[in-house]
Design a protein. Structure first.
Length: 397
């Protein structure tokens, strides 16, 4: 550029006033207020600066930005990293980051990860550079989805997939991404009601009677056999022995619950017998109703006398938020979730004097701590004083 001359700093140029001794003589002492400009081949000339330091700073920041852009272009996208991780998860070459070393993900976890990755994360982030998705970007996405009504638990599930991907990619032996940005991401406050409901034996019978025959099967299996949602989904008639009032869980969430034999309550027998008759002895799964989506809970709530709260000011109520359901009849039955029915089964076993060790085995838990957290104390029928049980045991001993 005319009138600008090189300085001793490469890429930085100076222009002196015409009357300045340094104008045209590089060794002369400057007696003016010169202006400076910097230049880069990939960005051209900078604006005019009053000091050399400002010109140097512009040149350095421009170089840094250019390096970031080049790195981003060369770096793999989130979709590439995520799909490579998923291939390893499906093949078993990528194991869980927590728990027993080398242990793969359970079928239930894989199903949830698949839905989260392919239905939500990849459509949103597939073509963005994986290294460029920093803490602020993920936090902004979490905050946006929370405002749009996504529950805290659903957001936590999505974030768990992202954390697994970045945890795998940032290991020192791979270095596909520099770090795991989800560590600092904050989830919204807990906006869901804890699943602590436990029904009494009388309530369980009333709730089941109100349901349609096909809906009665999954809730009955949870109430009277304590099965998880995925275990209900996989249960076949070969696993059920109505004569001995027992069933076998072939595959469970963990090794502790796999191939366990469970005692079932007598009220479940007519429910399963009617379901088998409707299927005419087919070898289909025991439960013909899908339990892996929200339609079952929707139908159950309506059968128990509830309806969804209408939108207020055009804004629907969040799923799981208190007040999501409102009474549709004068005296609706107190609703219960499918997993809370499983809690009820554990509590019924304890009320029937099964030991915690037995309850742990039937529930498929790996330790007693989990079992004790699930169990709620139910009242003993026809018992005026808890001491009666102790004295009756001593008298019979």
């Amino acid at each position: 550029m005319a009138d600008y001359v090189r300085t001793k700093v490469p890429g930085v140029y100076v222009r002196h006033e015409l009357a300045c001794p340094a104008s045209g003589q590089t060794d002369a002492r400057c007696r003016c207020k010169p202006s400076y400009r910097a230049r880069r081949r990939d960005r051209g000339w900078s604006e005019t600066f009053k000091s050399k330091d400002q010109a140097i700073e512009w040149k350095s920041s421009a170089a840094a930005r250019a390096a970031v852009v080049k790195e981003a272009k060369d770096a793999p996208t989130f979709g590439v990293v995520a799909r490579e991780w998923w291939e390893g998860v499906e093949s078993g070459s990528v194991s869980k980051r927590k728990g027993r070393k080398g242990q793969g993900y359970s079928d239930t976890t894989l199903a949830g990860y698949r839905r989260s990755l392919f239905n939500t994360l990849l459509p949103e982030f597939e073509h963005e550079p994986a290294a460029g998705l920093d803490e602020a970007r993920w936090q902004a996405w979490i905050d946006r989805e929370s405002r749009n009504g996504l529950s805290r638990s659903r957001l936590a599930n999505h974030l768990a997939v992202v954390s697994a991907i970045y945890g795998w990619g940032s290991r020192p032996t791979r270095r596909i991404v520099p770090r795991n940005p989800t560590v600092a991401v904050e989830l919204p406050p807990n906006d869901e009601k804890p699943r602590e409901r436990v029904a009494t034996a009388e309530e369980a019978a009333q709730l089941l009677d109100a349901l349609a025959p096909d809906d009665r099967v999954p809730y009955g299996l949870a109430f009277y056999a304590g099965l998880r949602r995925s275990e209900i989904h996989r249960l076949t008639w070969d696993d059920v022995d109505l004569d001995s009032l027992s069933l076998t869980v072939r595959r469970a969430k963990s090794e502790a619950g796999t191939d366990r034999r469970i005692p079932i309550a007598a009220p479940l027998k007519p429910i399963l017998k009617a379901a088998r008759d409707r299927q005419r002895g087919s070898r289909k799964p025991v439960c013909s109703r899908s339990v892996m989506a929200g339609k079952l809970a929707e139908a159950a709530h309506k059968a128990w006398g509830w309806k969804r709260r209408p939108p207020e000011n055009g804004k629907p109520c969040k799923k799981g938020e208190p007040g999501e359901w409102i009474p549709a009849v004068k005296q609706p039955l107190e609703a219960i979730g499918l997993h809370e029915c499983r809690h009820t089964y554990a509590s019924l076993l304890v009320a029937a004097h099964y030991t915690l060790k037995e309850v742990m085995e039937y529930m498929g838990h790996a330790d007693l701590t989990t079992t004790s957290r699930y169990v709620k104390r139910l009242p003993q029928p026809n018992e005026a004083n808890p001491a009666e049980r102790l004295n009756a045991y001593l008298a019979a001993a």
